[in-house]
Each structure stands twice: as C-alpha cells, then as structure tokens.
Design a protein around this ligand. Sequence first.
Ligand code: NDP
Ligand code: 8X3
Length: 257
Amino acid sequence: MISLENKIILITGASSGIGTACARIFAGAGGKLILAARRLERLQQLADTLSKDFSTEIHLLQLDVRDRSAVAEAISTLPPTWSEIDILINNAGLSRGLDKLHEGSFQDWEDMIDTNIKGLLHLCRYVVPGMVNRDRGHVVNLGSIAGHQTYPGGNVYCATKAAVRAISEGLKQDLLGTRVRVTSVDPGMVETEFSQVRFHGDTERASKVYQGVTPLTGDDVADVIFFCVTRSPHVNINEVVLMPVDQASATLVNRRT
Ligand code: NDP
Ligand code: 8X3
C-alpha cells in the first residue's frame, strides 16, 4: 500500500455525493486536496469541515468542467505548490431524465454529453500531460453499471458511461510505457443527489429509486477508490464494478418492501 501523505489529489464534483466522500477519505489519509465543482459555497463548507477535522490543506476551484477554456485556465494557473497533481478523480457527472430516446430533451442530452464525456476529457487533456512528464500519477474515472448495460430510458446517460469506459481503456493504452495508472470505478445504485438531479428536483420520484433497497453510499464508493489508488505502484486496477447486495444488474433489483 502506498501513502497518500502530501499527495496532490484533484477531485471534480466534490460538492456532493461520491466526490464529497472521496474528499473526506483522502483528507483522513493526509492528501492535499484540490476540490472542484460549480457550487463554491458547498466546497467552502466542506473545506472548513475537513480543515477542522484533519488540518487538510485545500485549494478550491469553482469550475464548470463543460467549459474547456475554464478548465485550461484553472489547471494552468494553479499555484506552483499545487500544480503537480498526483491523482485525478474524474467524478463530476450527472444524469438528466429517463425519457424514451425519441421523446428525449435536447438540453438533457447536452448536459450529460458535455459533462460526462467532454468534461472528463477536458480534465484528462489538461492534467495528464504533467503526469506523463513526471512519469507518475493516477487517473480514476467514475463510470457506472450503466456503461456496461443499457436500461430502458437510460439511452444517452448509458451512452456517456459506455464512452467513459472506452476512454479509460484508451487512456490506459496510450499511457503504456509510462508509470501513470488508469482506473474506472463503475458503481450500481448509490444514494446521493444523483436521482434528484436526474428528475430535475422531483425529490419524491428520486426517493422511490431507493425504496426497499439498501443502496451503496458515497463512502462505499470512496472506499473502493481509496483501495485502487493505494496499491503498490506497479499494480493497475483497470476496472471495478460494485453494486448493492440487493442489485444484480442495471435493472434487476430486489426490493424488500
Ligand atoms: P451527485 O449529484 O451527488 O454529485 C455530482 C457532482 O458532480 C456534484 O458535486 C456536482 O457539483 C458535480 N457536477 C455536475 N456537473 C458539473 C459540472 N458541469 N462541472 C463541475 N462539476 C459538476 O451525484 P453522485 O455523487 O452520485 O455522482 C458522481 C459520479 O458518479 C457521476 O459521474 C455519476 O454519473 C457517477 N455514478 C453515480 C451513481 C449513483 O447511483 N449515484 C452510480 C454510478 C455512477 P456542482 O453541481 O456543484 O457543480
Ligand atoms: C448511475 C447508476 O443504474 O442509475 O450511474 O445508471 S444507474
């Protein structure tokens, strides 16, 4: 197991769910955290808590990953003590709607494609060259069971996560010959703000997604990510699929009530 003490870890989508849980577990392990998301006040609250609990050094980035020039600016203007990123957690992402493809919303499609695919690519394109130059680093991409199995109404979201899977595989191939590692972490149901965002703030519909099931938590996923990034430097965990015990596939869920 390798130490994360003073390692610089950039987490996108740190203002909620899995990203917040990653920030907490990495703070506990002594990492120096760059926390990115659009909601700066959420990041500030998280930073205040983590600084108090763990004396963590934190740098905040108010960032929309869809905006390529904003990502370029954010990465190129990091202070020198923050610029050598060791671990990139490409976590920012979202689903929008569960409509049939032929009835889908163009805006929902753009939100998902621009965030889940293009946003992740922007971060890779601006952060990975530094890792290659230093011949060390680790990129963790948040995929999904949705990238392995398409479910009704999932169409475009599933396509974005299938793209994440292909991008992780491609990045691993393109980094062969370097010591930079690439991992795709692909969860099933995790109870976060994910379903509220999918249903545009309809909390009642969102809560039904997890009814009668004990879903994964953000902490469960962060724990797996922590495991992947702390293996010996010669070990690359390519892909992890995890789901609740009550889930067997994207659509097969055992509800106990
Ligand atoms: P949450 O909605 O709780 O968190 C999503 C995070 O992404 C927020 O911090 C949000 O921050 C950030 N984000 C969204 N859009 C942007 C953007 N344009 N720029 C920067 N940050 C953005 O969901 P989860 O924690 O569940 O999701 C995290 C990842 O895990 C996603 O990629 C998701 O697809 C994936 N995943 C989730 C599963 C689940 O069941 N929950 C299962 C499998 C994968 P802000 O709004 O402040 O910008
Ligand atoms: C989130 C999990 O099953 O809603 O990626 O697609 S699912």
